[in-house]
Design a protein around this ligand. Structure first.
Ligand SMILES: Cc1cc2nc3c(=O)[nH]c(=O)nc-3n(C[C@H](O)[C@H](O)[C@H](O)COP(=O)(O)OP(=O)(O)OC[C@H]3O[C@@H](n4cnc5c(N)ncnc54)[C@H](O)[C@@H]3O)c2cc1C
Length: 450
């Protein structure tokens, strides 16, 4: 090698080393899970210069954000809405990625049926304000409680001396079912003391082209290993080892975004083992908080036969746990309805075949729209509770748990294991924005350490 070439080679090597040191931090972080929390954390860490690898068990990204196209149009089978558009970080992502956002869903724009007859909206409005007053009363009642009770027992106490007409009873049952859709849990399951969490204003907006557009925007430029299921997470001298069913990954730190339902499962049930086991305080919080179920049945018909409202509701559907249908026709230009069900009724439905689910969903629709409606051409039904990579739809606080349990879930372990995901966000649990913000929170926590 002549002298000039030698000097050039040394110079190039030095340059390479310097740019490597500037462009990356020496640390390597493994992020477990490619949902909103994991992708948010990974993108932020990579931006800050860490070497980041995301490991995802499914062969798709997004986790509980899942846009399905089997009905010939993008239908979201997981998260539907930006919940509260104003000030919501998901609105910012939508703007950054150029994703179209629909006008706010109008929850008052509901065609409600009772035993096949439309309910007069004026009657509904009158009861609506009474129901709101009942909720306010329930809130006051909860403040005087020394011990937690379920929302259902609190309501039963307040209504003890009320004589409800059969119509009012059906309306109350329907109203409670719609509340259950919000929490993915029934009033019997939910804590009264911890029933409220924070939210954004500005209405709920869905994505006509699918929520997955946000996922793809977040995942741009990240290295994600799909179809690799994490089995064991071990703390090692100065680092972490993440073992999957295919490989072993060593890193300085890991961000664990496993859903609460997966954290609850024992390794024998498909869960993940931790070595050493997670501290007692974290295990207690995992077992106290609960995973709720919200399922959808999406149906494509040959034509639109329903009235042009945002939502269709059925008081008779309440008993069967299908109280509300979302009309996607205006957004997709395709005759598609999505039925929602939550809580124990939804978990029971998950045991049934698609044919049985189609049968009972059509029974509810026929009581609303008449016997002559067409059969669906295609249907897709979710089973989030039985999904081994979710173990339910999202977290809620049952009687016996408390808000602080979310904080315990978020606490790092040994400065090496960091936890993100909707169930680690006490202010905004059960949402995409809560999951995403928790990912950013942990990325910042790591950056502050190194
Ligand atoms: C039906 C339904 C409707 C909803 N509606 C809304 C809504 O309208 N608006 C809203 O804001 N929120 C909604 N949500 C809630 C929202 O979807 C979630 O809170 C959020 O997507 C959770 O993100 P996450 O990153 O915490 O978890 P996830 O998205 O579940 O990500 C965790 C990831 O970890 C992966 N994983 C699991 N086990 C392993 C393993 N062993 N190894 C490797 N990877 C693993 C999973 O596959 C998943 O991709 C809804 C949820 C459901 C189910």
């Amino acid at each position: 090698m002549n002298r000039r070439r030698f000097l050039f080679a040394v110079f190039a090597a030095l340059l390479h080393r310097r740019s490597a040191a500037e462009g990356t931090r020496a640390e390597r972080v493994v992020v477990i899970g490619a949902g909103a929390a994991g992708l948010g954390a990974a993108a932020e860490l990579q931006r800050a210069g860490y070497s980041v690898l995301v490991i995802e068990a499914r062969d798709r990204l997004g986790g509980r954000i899942f846009t399905d196209r089997s009905l010939g149009a993008p239908v979201d089978l997981g998260a539907t809405w930006i919940q509260g558009r104003r000030g919501n970080p998901i609105s910012e992502l939508a703007a950054r990625f150029g994703v179209e956002v629909a006008p706010a869903t109008d929850y008052d724009d509901v065609a409600l049926f009772d035993r096949g007859r439309p309910v007069d909206l004026e009657i509904l409005a009158r009861y609506e304000s009474e129901l709101q007053e009942l909720l306010a009363e329930l809130e006051r009642y909860s403040r005087g409680l020394e011990e937690d009770v379920s929302i259902a027992s609190g309501l039963a106490e307040l209504l003890r001396d009320e004589e409800l007409t059969p119509f009012e009873e059906r309306l109350l049952a329907w109203f409670l079912e719609t509340l259950a859709l919000d929490a993915a849990a029934s009033a019997d399951e939910r804590s009264l003391l911890y029933a409220d969490d924070e939210g954004f204003g500005g209405g709920d907006h869905l994505f006509p082209g699918g929520y997955e557009q946000i996922v793809h925007g977040l995942a741009r430029g990240l290295e994600v290993r799909r179809g690799e299921r994490v089995r064991r997470i071990a703390l090692r001298q100065g680092g972490v080892r993440v073992e999957t069913d295919r490989a072993s990954h060593d890193a300085d730190r890991a961000v664990v975004t496993l859903p609460l339902g997966v954290l609850k499962a024992s390794p024998g049930e498909g869960g993940v083992s931790f070595d050493p086991p997670l501290p007692e305080w974290k295990r207690r919080a995992i077992s106290r908080l609960a995973m709720g179920t919200l399922d959808k049945v999406a149906l494509r018909f040959p034509e639109v036969f329903w009235p042009a409202h945002d939502l269709l509701g059925n008081l008779d559907g309440a008993g069967g746990g299908l109280p509300v249908f979302l009309n996607l026709a205006p957004h997709l230009g395709a005759p598609i309805l999505v039925a929602f069900s939550a809580g124990p009724g939804a978990r029971r439905r998950e045991e049934r075949s698609d044919e049985a689910i189609a049968g009972e969903t059509m029974e509810v629709l026929r009581t609303m729209a008449g016997e002559a409606i067409p059969a669906p051409e295609r249907l897709v039904a979710t089973r989030w509770h039985r999904d081994p990579f979710a173990g339910g739809s999202y977290s809620f606080v049952p009687v016996g748990a408390r808000g602080e349990d979310y904080e315990a879930l978020a606490e790092p372990v040994a400065g090496r294991l960091f936890f993100a995901g909707e169930a680690t966000n006490r202010s905004y649990p059960a949402t995409v924005h809560g999951a995403y913000l928790s990912g950013l929170r942990e990325a910042k926590r790591i950056a502050a350490l190194t």
